[in-house]
Write a protein that binds this ligand. Sequence first.
Ligand code: SAH
Length: 365
Amino acid sequence: MTDSALPSLPDLLDYEPEAALALLRAWMAERGEPSYRAGQVFGRLWQRPVDSFEAMSELPKALREALAQSFRITTLELATRQRSSDGTEKFLFRLHDGQLIETVAIPDGDRMTFCISSQAGCALQCAFCATGAMGFQRNLQPSEIAGQVRALRMLTPPVIPTNIVFMGMGEPLMNWKAVGPTLTLLNDPRALGIGARHITISTVGVLPGIVALSERPEQFRLAISIHAPSDALRKTLMPVNTKYPLAEVIEAARAFDRRVTFEYVMLGGVNDQPEHAAQLAQLARECRAFVNLIPLHPGGSMGFTPTPAPVITAFAKALRTRGVETAVRRSRGLDIAAACGQLRTERLGRRAPVAPEVHGEVHVA
Ligand code: SAH
């Protein structure tokens, strides 16, 4: 089989567990194979992953060859792996069409958070974001999104996540078609088995996507990139604000049945003044949001300067005195340009009145 023929075969890693099993059972039945063979193949997709049918050594050789004629299992090619002095690792994967995507693995105590990509590039053009500057290349498939987690599990030794944040490249809610099934793959105990409360979708506020996410029965977490507390300012930083203005985003956050997190990247002299804190507190209170203040990651900051640490502290305090729960993230992986940029959080000041696990994933996001 030639390489160019490969993409036309169905990729078993693009299917949710139920569908993949149904497909495999039907395929086995057609060939007069016992149905337990379907379970054997399925077990090699996510739980004990291998990079090819050939490597499924518990199957007869002829069956492995026949599977490879009918299906694909996409395995992401690791292009580079960089390790930061703080233990954060960045992985660059090359996709079958040459696109490059990033995944960041952030260890923090007994937690390991993966920051994963949902698109190659991004269409949103947020003024301070390095991915926005690349432009949009294409949507990723479930096999390429959940596949980032799979690929790290296949390393020796394996890197296994406790938490997932969709804060890598791309806007996950502009790729709901793939992100929806990916959430199932990440969460389903027959696939990657990561608790829904440990999976956070970060969005600029794509309203139909927020509705779709809220219709899921699982307790996935929602983080919204606010970054400015007024339409006038937000429009200058985030062109998407024209399509989804702040009031509608706040209303969607209020309607969401779980508590949301606001992400707010601190841009020196731009959105970090006392009046911004007052406006932001008002918005957060309207929808009972938790606020994460994010120091600007200097990599690709496009003319913006980070807010000085004491100003961030004062801003956090201004939010807290207005009754808004607030955390300040500490940047991780600065020395390896960990491009999702907004890495680990540290709470300043007194402990917030929620159990750490409630906001577990934002600690290390
Ligand atoms: N499109 C989604 C998810 C990807 S970006 C979203 O915008 O939420 C994840 C987070 O990183 C967003 O809050 C984004 O605004 C932030 N971010 C982008 N560039 C950054 C930088 N240079 N420093 C700090 N945070 C950054």
